[in-house]
Design a protein around this ligand. Sequence first.
Ligand code: XMP
Length: 518
Amino acid sequence: KILILDFGSQYTQLIARRVREIGVYSEVRAFDITEDEIRAYNPNGIILAGGPESVTELDSPRAPQCVFEMGLPVLGICYGMQTMAEQLGGGVEGSQKREFGYAQIRLDGESALFEDIADHIEDESGKRLLDVWMSHGDKVARVPEAFSVIASTESCPIAAMAWEEKRFYGVQFHPEVTHTLQGQRILEHFVLGICQAERWWTPAQIIEDQVARVREQVGDRHVLLGLSGGVDSSVVAALLHRAIGDQLTCVFVDNGLLRKDEGDQVMKTFSSHMGVRVIRVDAEEQFLSRLEDVHDPEAKRKIIGNTFIDVFDAEAAKIEGVEFLAQGTIYPDVIESAAAKTGKAHVIKSHHNVGGLPETMKLQLVEPLRELFKDEVRKLGVELGLPYDMVYRHPFPGPGLGVRILGEVKKEYADILREADAIFIEELHKADWYHKTSQAFAVFLPVKSVGVVGDGRRYEWVIALRAVETIDFMTARWAHLPYELLETVSNRIINELEGVSRVTYDVSSKPPATIEWE
Ligand code: XMP
């Protein structure tokens, strides 16, 4: 396995994901890890990741010196390369100017890191060239003794360096991003060739591992899980069912704000097909009555969250002998909350769905996805036999349709919205556009607009359609859906749904518009 030390770059998680895609386990830890912690983790090699600070500043972060004294291979990326150079006696040059974007590096000499890799061959010198992605201000100006320069560009004469005998490498560019065409092969050379790490991190292996761990943690005791129908809790349910069968009880709360047929689908998949014990709580009335007369979006979110906790706790209290609560916490949540604690967080998600633990119950946590990225969770879901459509479904917010009905939530509105949303999604699937968008849904606008039906004028509700493309949900572009598709959806919604006379398409990007309308 590989250890990745975090200096605060937004790409650090991506490095971990890329290493795991190779089939090698990797974890991200803060740069100030101790030698004992490194030894306990026992990596085959260490990657020093990028960071926003400058090595030329006195109080900027450094790798623990022991990293270079343990006999392990080390790869420094960007800031990681600079701190490696500085800590081993080389020099780093500060700069106000950032180099950002594509660059072509020329490889010098033979290095295990770049073995057999080339995007182009330079005509006059016959040297190999690579297309890479750079993003840096500072750069290494002088390599430490014993190192050699293994790649360069015009503006960055030391674009990569190596001390082959020690297996120390530094690259100024970012091999983890896809813009660096051979990036994955470079990481493979480091992880498999240089570190000699084994490839055992596969979905089947992860499941086997986690099943054993859960059995060991839980023994013959009972576990409770809040099943939402979302990817994470669904995969936890399937995994725990495999590990402990009937010792798992799931509680599925239908808050009346779910998508069309969602509750039935969850029951069919888990209860009927897989034989998981699921208690379905129909709490629509409780949620909707508490939402009466509430217009403020944040107040609505709070009410929905608190009502969920109340309903869940009341149900949990009826089940006897439960000692564990399972949660679908995934690795990015873990890294983010750790980063938030050390103050090195650059991106912190503001939403989360998990309610607090019922205090009186004193439950221990079971979190079998704590080490996994979302794409790994999905692969696990497929391997565990969950339907593909469930595992690769668009994300759905915890407050559900509650934040897609603007202003006050009413059953009448939710019923119309559910149908409109189902039509939109069905047509996206038919036109093969569903998986080309990252999230798509309908929004209910409680304004009346005029329509003419037969001889009469009718004043009816408006439905807005929203579809976006995004990688990280922090920024998003509205999806350029074909006009014909929008036309079909609009016709169907207006013809099939009573009470809707107008459909609009949202062409706002994020920022400044958020993906949801509330
Ligand atoms: P925004 O609207 O902030 O949404 O651009 C970004 C992503 O987060 C989802 N979202 C939520 N998820 N509880 C959730 O669990 C919430 O309150 C919430 N609000 C937004 C949204 O669907 C999108 O995927």
